[in-house]
Design a protein around this ligand. Structure first.
Ligand SMILES: [Zn+2]
Length: 197
């Protein structure tokens, strides 16, 4: 068993400007990676929860290397933000949850978090479509129509993908007009998080 320790969240500016970097300096990244195969129990310092901070939703890739959590690598206290995760952290797939979070919950701010070495940069949509058609998941079930209608939202340029998803959300007719929307990149090698917009 090991224990993660974090700096007090009061030491981390919650709204840094574009280009700035968040370092959760006491986050022992190498320890996390070296114990990846061991049973672990993660305990975090218990911060008093700021209910106002629950106006934040983090949209993140599902990649398990975003440790200890998408909200925490953005410097947010444990339990303070809603989180939506999918392959690539893409806004087009997350829009259903975001509309629910704004209309039925309390979300007014969205932080888009993509990351280095993302699997979505390693293939193209047509590659995955071709793979599925060549080796259908259910051999006797036709899948051509289903495959052609599904976008996998792969991308080439990491920074541009963040900018695109921020723009998508700002322009989406079902996202609240006064929403704060920002874009971030998490480096899976260094544990640093950088704001890009
Ligand atoms: Zn990813």
């Amino acid at each position: 068993m090991w224990r993660l320790k974090f700096r007090s969240p009061t030491l981390v500016h919650l709204f840094p400007s574009p280009g700035s970097i968040i370092r959760i300096s006491s986050f022992n990244y190498s320890k996390v990676m070296s114990t990846a195969d061991e049973p672990t129990e993660v305990k975090e310092t218990s911060f008093p929860l700021d209910t106002a901070a629950r106006e934040i939703l983090v949209l993140s890739c599902m990649d398990p290397r975003i440790l200890p959590s998408p909200a925490r690598v953005l410097g947010l206290p444990a339990g303070a933000a809603f989180t939506v995760r999918n392959a690539g952290g893409r806004a087009a797939e997350a829009i259903r949850s975001i509309v629910v979070a704004q209309q039925l919950l309390t979300v007014k701010e969205i932080r888009v978090l993509h990351h280095t070495d993302c699997g979505l940069t390693k293939f193209r949509d047509d590659d995955l479509r071709a793979k599925l058609i060549a080796d259908p998941p259910k051999p006797d079930v036709p899948i051509t129509a289903a495959v052609q209608s599904l976008s996998f939202l792969a991308f080439d340029d990491l920074k541009q993908s963040v900018l695109d998803d921020v723009a998508f959300l700002k322009e989406h007719p079902l996202v609240l007009a006064k929403s704060k929307v920002s874009g971030w990149i998490y480096d899976v090698y260094t544990g640093e998080t950088t704001r890009v917009i």
